[in-house]
Structures are given as C-alpha cells and as structure tokens.
Design a protein around this ligand. Structure first.
Ligand code: SF4
Length: 312
C-alpha cells in the first residue's frame, strides 16, 4: 500500500485560536470554564478540554451566574449575545474572525435595506449564528432547488452570504442560479467560503489524481470534514471519514491500494499521525506528502488572554 498525505490538512487558524482561548481562559480563571456549544467540532478536542476543566453547554441559560463562558468558533446570534450580556458572566468570544466577517456582511446589507439570503446547512450552529444577526428574516437555501422555489419581497434589493465551510463547487452552482434568478443580487465576490476549507478541498482534488481510497480524519458533525469526503466521492474515489484510528477498517482497501489521507480543519494532527501509524502496521511503508503551498494565517487572541503564559 502506498500513502499520499495532503500537506494542507487539519487545524486552521480559527480552530487554533478557539482552542487556545479555552486553554488560556482555564489558566487565567481556573476550572470550570463554560463553553457554549462544542468549541470546535471534534470529539477528541472536546474530550481533552473537558478533562482540563471545560464544561460544554448548549444553552446560555445553563451557565451559572459568576462564571466564565466562551462562545464557540461557529459564532452566536445577537439574541444569545444579548442574553449573555444581561447575565453576570465573563464572556470570551472564540467566534472565528472569518465568521464574524460574514456576520458584518449580513448586518450591513440589512442596514442598507436589503433582504438576506444565506447559502448553508439548516441547523448548523454557524448558520444559526449568522442568520441570527438581524431581527429580519434571512432566507436559507441549501440547494439549487431551494433557489428555484424561493419567493422574496423585492428582487431588486437582495444580498446573499454563505456558510464558510461549504463545498466550493456546489456553492458556485447555487450562486450561479441565484444570480440568474435575481440579476441585481449583491454578495461577496465569489462566496464566503474560508481559505482553510478551500485549501483542504483543493488538497482532496490533488489526492484524487493518485489515490483510489481517501481517508478524511474528522468528526461526524464537522461540516468541512464532511465536505472533504463528498468532494472525494464526487471525483469517483472511495472516501471514508474517521474520528480516530480505531475506526480504520481493513475492508476499505487491498494490498495494492493507493491511499490518500487528509484531515478536516478541526481535526488535530495527533489523530492523523495515529491513523498513519495504524496504516503502517497494516502494511503501508511508503508515505509521501502532496502539495507545495503553505498557510500562514494567524488570528489574534482576545486582549486580556494575550499575556497568559501557558504551562504546557
Ligand atoms: S474552517 Fe474557516 S471559518 Fe471555520 S474556524 Fe477555520 S478558518 Fe474559521
């Protein structure tokens, strides 16, 4: 078995920052620290942070008075922000700055009297946070079919935004249909898909040229990891997502398989290395990294956590 591994894989700058905020808040304030929603969608990361003293809650009302709470990387609605402000709690915001940028697009377009359309997945916390930036309605579309059925109040005063972790190709098709149906619609130049999502999908496209099986390390609720598996499948490659090396199934490949490995933006490198170790034990000796580009995006931490020196 031969293995190719995508050079651009795993943690993005937004995930790095969110995890760092939880760790530094724990260092600064001691345990427990409350986190509204899984800070990033990865089971391993969440379990580790629980061990270190983080308590994950879904509702802001479940945070006791006097506590410290962190908003997850996916962002929160204004309603949650307002509720939190009226509680006696200290808030750190781990919303990815690239998600915050989309929030601003929604707010600005609304202020300018435009009706909003969001391309995204129903029920995803990022979508709930983004559509919850304004009092008015945001139409959610998930497919070209949804656009065809969409009824708006004024087709001349429309704007669209997208979730940051969508499939680049699927989103391009939906945007095309939107622009055909509503020629005056305004929006980002192409979409709001972030650099990390784009790079990891490009990496899968590259892997698919050489591999007959692609493994995506990522948790089932990770949107960008799911998209990586889908991109590979659409290119005709057998693709599987796995949360940890134990889930590797020898039935997925044969002795002469060429295997591609990548990881979603919330999957830690330690899991990727554990998957590679298990593949080596199964008989893969040859591992080659694919890709030449690099990522140098770093997001600043909240000011009062910048000076915390970490013990490990
Ligand atoms: S996947 Fe993109 S939007 Fe999400 S946290 Fe990472 S950089 Fe931010």
């Amino acid at each position: 078995m031969k293995i190719y591994i995508a050079k651009l894989r795993g943690f993005c700058a937004g995930v790095d920052r969110a995890i760092e905020i939880v760790k530094r808040a724990l260092q600064q304030h001691g345990r427990p620290i409350y986190v509204r929603h899984e800070v990033v969608h990865n089971r391993f990361v969440v379990e580790k942070l629980k061990e270190e003293g983080a308590i994950f809650v879904e509702e802001i009302e479940d945070v006791p008075s006097g506590s410290v709470v962190i908003f997850s990387a996916h962002g929160v609605s204004q309603a949650i922000r307002d509720k939190a402000k009226n509680m006696k709690i200290k808030i750190y915001d781990a919303t990815c700055p690239l998600v915050t940028k989309v929030h601003r697009e929604v707010q600005n377009n609304y202020k300018n009297g435009r009706e909003l359309i969001m391309i995204g997945h129903k029920g995803h916390p990022e979508v709930e946070g983004t559509t919850g930036q304004i009092d008015g309605r945001v139409h959610l579309v998930e497919s070209e079919g949804d656009v065809k059925n969409l009824v708006v109040s004024n087709p001349d005063k429309l704007a669209f935004v997208t979730q940051t972790t969508l499939s680049v190709d699927d989103t391009a098709s939906i945007v095309k249909v939107l622009k055909e149906k509503f020629p005056k619609i305004v929006g980002p130049k192409k979409d709001d898909i972030c650099y990390a999502t784009q790079n990891r999908q490009d990496g899968v496209r590259e892997l698919a040229k050489f591999c007959d099986v692609i493994l995506v390390v990522g948790s089932p609720n990770s949107s960008n990891s799911n998209r990586l598996r889908e991109v590979a499948s659409k290119l005709g490659v057998d693709a599987y997502m796995l949360d940890n090396p134990v889930q590797l199934d020898e039935g997925w490949f044969s002795d002469d398989s060429v295997i591609g490995v990548t990881a979603g933006a919330s999957a830690p490198e330690v899991l990727v290395q554990q998957v590679l170790d298990r593949l080596k034990k199964m008989g893969s000796a040859d591992i080659e990294e694919i890709g030449t580009s690099t990522e140098d995006v770093v997001f600043r931490l909240p000011r009062d956590l910048q000076e915390i020196s970490m013990q490990n």
